[in-house]
Design a protein around this ligand. Structure first.
Ligand SMILES: NC(=O)c1ccc[n+]([C@@H]2O[C@H](COP(=O)([O-])OP(=O)(O)OC[C@H]3O[C@@H](n4cnc5c(N)ncnc54)[C@H](O)[C@@H]3O)[C@@H](O)[C@H]2O)c1
Length: 350
């Protein structure tokens, strides 16, 4: 197997690249190194023989084509994206450019490369599209998302991911490219950019800064450790059926306020002098169009791939807190690109 990971300098991408390289799978990473991506995320594999990094935008067709020819992958994990809902509210076009146009460019370049492969290689090839459970909108109380659920995106980010999924499906139907769509759920773990809930709360809490919860904090998300997301993407590449989509869920639905309280309890244990950290919590204006509930039913992936999310949540969360508290240099570098200010209040939407 030879892999190409787009967005490999980001949170999930770097964990995926690390796992593939650790298994001696020749892995090329293509990443534009936006504010969210960093070579520091790939420092653990930088010297490995099976690792190759190319700095390029997924919309740069020539760069993508050159990498495909040079590296000859038989699986592509397309993760490169603008991933923050708040930023997609402030600057929808930037999100659409990478997530929609970028996915189109990846699909078109890949199809040209794939169509030149021999028949066995064409049949074995896989393009794994990293989608999200957010494309389904908000699940009503008592209901869950399934692969058959209707797309109902409510944010520019979700609309862009839904659009990319439609493109991926179209390239599968019209051009025969073996595409598999992965609907991952909310993911946590080391190296997540501090605009996202878990690292934002850990870093703010550890510095005695406020812990702003959007609205009531009653929004429900299914929380999965990044290692489980990675094993799910790999299981899809190995055993998923082309043309199909799969929900990668952890069966771990929790409210935002619950997550923040759990993080505060962990911080109380490791930084008892500053406890109780929960006193730092405040409720701020809700995100416009904030979906209330994302809950996935991952039965299809569990039954047909033999995959399931395995990380114990309490242990995974405690290890994640410890990672941020012991990687001060990494956290300081992100601070140069983002000072943890509030984004996405729809004031600047174009
Ligand atoms: N984090 C989650 O909870 C979650 C859940 C479900 C699905 N996903 C999906 O998984 C994928 C990875 O998410 P993440 O959390 O690791 O994101 P991230 O924001 O941490 O990383 C995104 C990476 O993409 C790169 N990138 C952005 N625009 C690019 C462009 N135009 N060309 C090349 N590279 C570009 C960035 O430099 C960065 O390294 C995304 O497609 C996201 O939609 C994420």
């Amino acid at each position: 197997m030879r892999a190409l990971v787009t967005g490999g300098a980001g949170f999930i991408g770097s964990a995926l690249v690390e796992a593939l390289v650790k298994d001696d799978i020749p892995t090329a990473t293509l990443d534009a190194l936006t504010y969210a991506g960093s070579l520091a995320n790939l420092a653990g594999v930088a010297d490995a023989e099976s690792y190759l990094f190319v700095e390029a935008d997924v919309r740069n067709r020539k760069a993508v084509e050159a990498l495909l020819e040079a590296h000859q992958p038989d699986v592509i994990f397309h993760l490169a994206a603008e991933t923050h809902v708040d930023r997609s509210i402030d600057a929808p076009l930037r999100t659409f450019a990478t997530n929609i146009e970028g996915t189109y460019e990846m699909l078109a370049a890949t199809t040209a490369y794939w169509s030149r492969l021999g028949a066995p290689a064409r049949a074995a090839f896989r393009f794994v599209q990293a989608s999200s459970d957010e494309v389904f909108g908000s699940a009503t109380e008592g209901s869950v998302f399934r692969e058959t659920s209707r797309y109902n995106p409510n944010s520019p980010y979700a609309a862009s991911k839904a659009s990319a999924d439609y493109l991926a499906r179209t390239w599968s139907m019209s051009f025969g490219l073996p595409v598999i769509v992965a609907h991952g759920c909310n993911t946590y773990g080391p190296r997540q950019f501090p605009e996202k809930l878990v690292p934002l709360m850990v870093l703010n809490g550890s510095e005695g800064r406020g812990l702003p919860i959007y609205g009531t904090g009653a929004q429900v998300r299914d929380w999965m450790h990044v290692d489980d997301h990675v094993s799910g993407l790999r299981a899809l590449a190995a055993r998923g059926s082309p043309g199909e989509s799969y929900l990668l869920g952890a069966r771990n639905p929790l409210t935002n306020v619950d997550i923040v309280n759990r993080l505060c309890l962990i911080l109380d244990r490791v930084r008892p002098d500053a406890s109780p950290h929960a006193q730092l919590i405040s409720h701020v204006d809700d995100r416009p169009g904030h979906d209330h509930r994302y809950v996935s039913d991952p039965s299809k992936a569990e039954n047909s791939l033999g995959w399931s999310a395995e990380t114990d949540f309490e242990a995974g969360l405690a290890a994640t807190v410890k990672w941020y508290l012991t990687n001060g240099d990494w956290c300081a570098q992100t601070q140069e690109r983002y000072q943890r200010e509030r984004l996405g209040l729809a004031r600047a939407a174009q």
